[in-house]
Design a protein around this ligand. Structure first.
Ligand SMILES: *[C@@H]1O[C@H](CO)[C@@H](O)[C@H](O)[C@H]1NC(C)=O
Ligand SMILES: *[C@@H]1O[C@H](CO)[C@@H](O)[C@H](O)[C@H]1NC(C)=O
Length: 421
């Protein structure tokens, strides 16, 4: 309601802008929010911590915090707080279908730990999920958000489950890699188009038909088609008019060096008869080849004609997830420190945009300043601790940190991610 009020205040009495304002008002007031959590007090009553990996002592604890640097110390989220741990937590909302609606899935995430291997994505799940058992094997409908591992993986995942199979987006969408909060938004529309936004800026967009392999392709190469026998696909041919010049093959490759002189101390008896060394013959042009000319009969490269794929059956509800009911975080983290906040599931991209502006947008400058302050302090501490004369000690901390997280667990992360796919 707060937003509705604000719109009214800026209403200009001129009739045109009144109409515009009213339509905006309608658009905004019709925004449906299926789930929104800014992690205020009481968040624990909405989120269920899974017992997944507990018996192996590998279930990580969440820290309810605004983090080491932030734009508002009172605005908390949940942060992974133990290294080498699995994390699984979820919240339920009234089941809905996105049929005929736009679906917006958004959250903010900050990797305070300088993430070098781990996920920062969230999931939407459907149907009945035992939240206490929610884990890596729990089927999900959408998995979305950043994933980083080493130098090779720095991308935004957008995995859609269709017909019980997880499909990765085929386009590369780079993610943010710094230690500040960023807002990730996935928009899926009833015309089967989508957009991926980071910090309210569109980074990728397209169609479910082209950017995922959810359905078999519409067109395939005709398996019956054959290149016609008389199809000439040679672009150039030898010029039949071009003839080898007379005596061409008699030109020697090498000729005696006429500048060479018999050395003064050459002794014919001892050294044998002196012959001049040879040098490459400038007249020699290699084996003769006729000139190439454009082939007058060239028909171009033969392409297999495309036909309608008999396997393709369009699904007008390709974009529909009929029983969305949970939002969850399920991660493996080598190094903890990933902080989630401001989770939204809605049908209105404008509402999502406003939420991002009100939260991340308002705080980002102060957060950046706080981060830079924290970095300065850290560097001062480090230079105090480190012996001045040793180069090797200088970057020790960060080197260690990298080495730590690049050991075997990175392989495990990959496995884990792939298991899910
Ligand atoms: C939670 O986060 C705060 C802020 O970064 C930190 O001071 C505190 O030690 C953390 N607590 C745990 C249990 O990790
Ligand atoms: C759904 O999956 C089944 C089993 O893998 C497969 O036979 C069927 O063709 C798939 N349907 C679509 C529309 O992809």
């Amino acid at each position: 309601m707060a937003m509705v009020q604000r719109k009214l205040q800026i209403t200009n009495p001129s009739s045109l802008s009144l109409v515009i304002s009213l339509s905006l008002l309608l658009a905004i007031s019709s925004a449906k929010v299926f789930f929104e959590d800014r992690f205020d007090d009481g968040w624990e009553s909405r989120w269920v911590k899974s017992e997944w990996k507990k018996d192996e002592n590998l279930a990580g604890e969440w820290n309810y915090t605004s983090g080491k640097w932030n734009g508002d110390a009172n605005d908390k989220g949940i942060q992974t707080s133990e290294d080498y741990r699995f994390y699984a937590i979820s919240a339920e909302f009234p089941e809905f279908s996105n049929k005929d609606k736009t679906l917006v899935f958004q959250f903010s995430v900050k990797h305070e730990q300088k993430l070098d291997c781990g996920g920062g994505y969230m999931k939407l799940l459907s149907g009945d999920v035992d939240q206490k058992k929610f884990g890596g094997d729990t089927p999900y409908s959408i998995m979305f958000g950043p994933d980083i591992c080493g130098y090779a993986t720095k991308k935004v995942h957008a995995i859609l489950t269709y017909n019980d199979t997880n499909h990765l987006i085929k386009k590369e969408v780079p993610c943010e890699t710094d230690q500040l909060s960023h807002v990730y938004t996935f928009v899926l529309r009833p015309d089967a188009t989508y957009s991926i936004l980071i910090d309210n800026e569109e980074k990728q967009s397209g169609s479910l038909y082209s950017d995922w392999d959810l359905l078999p392709p519409k067109k395939i190469k005709d398996p019956e088609a054959k290149k016609p026998e008389d199809w000439d696909d040679k672009e150039f041919i030898s010029d039949p008019e071009d003839k080898k010049p007379e005596g061409y093959d008699d030109i020697p490759k090498e000729i005696p060096d006429t500048d060479a002189k018999k050395p003064e101390d050459w002794d014919d008896e001892e050294d044998g008869e002196w012959t001049a060394p040879t040098i490459p013959n400038p007249e020699y042009k290699g084996p003769w080849n006729p000139k190439k000319i454009k082939n007058p009969n060239y028909k171009g490269k033969w392409e297999t004609p495309l036909i309608d794929n008999p396997e393709f059956k369009d699904d007008p509800e390709l974009y529909v997830f009929p029983k969305l009911k949970y939002v969850g975080i399920e991660l493996w983290q080598v190094k903890s420190g990933t902080l989630f906040d401001n989770v939204l599931v809605s049908d209105d991209p404008d509402y999502a945009k406003k939420l991002a502006e009100e939260t991340w947008g308002k705080q980002k400058d102060a957060e950046k300043a706080a981060f830079e302050e924290a970095e300065k302090k850290r560097e001062e501490e480090e230079s105090k601790d480190a012996p001045v004369d040793s180069d090797a000690e200088d970057g020790e901390d960060s080197d260690d940190a990298e080495a730590d997280s690049k050991e075997d667990p990175s392989a495990e992360v990959d496995d884990d991610a792939h298991d899910e796919l």
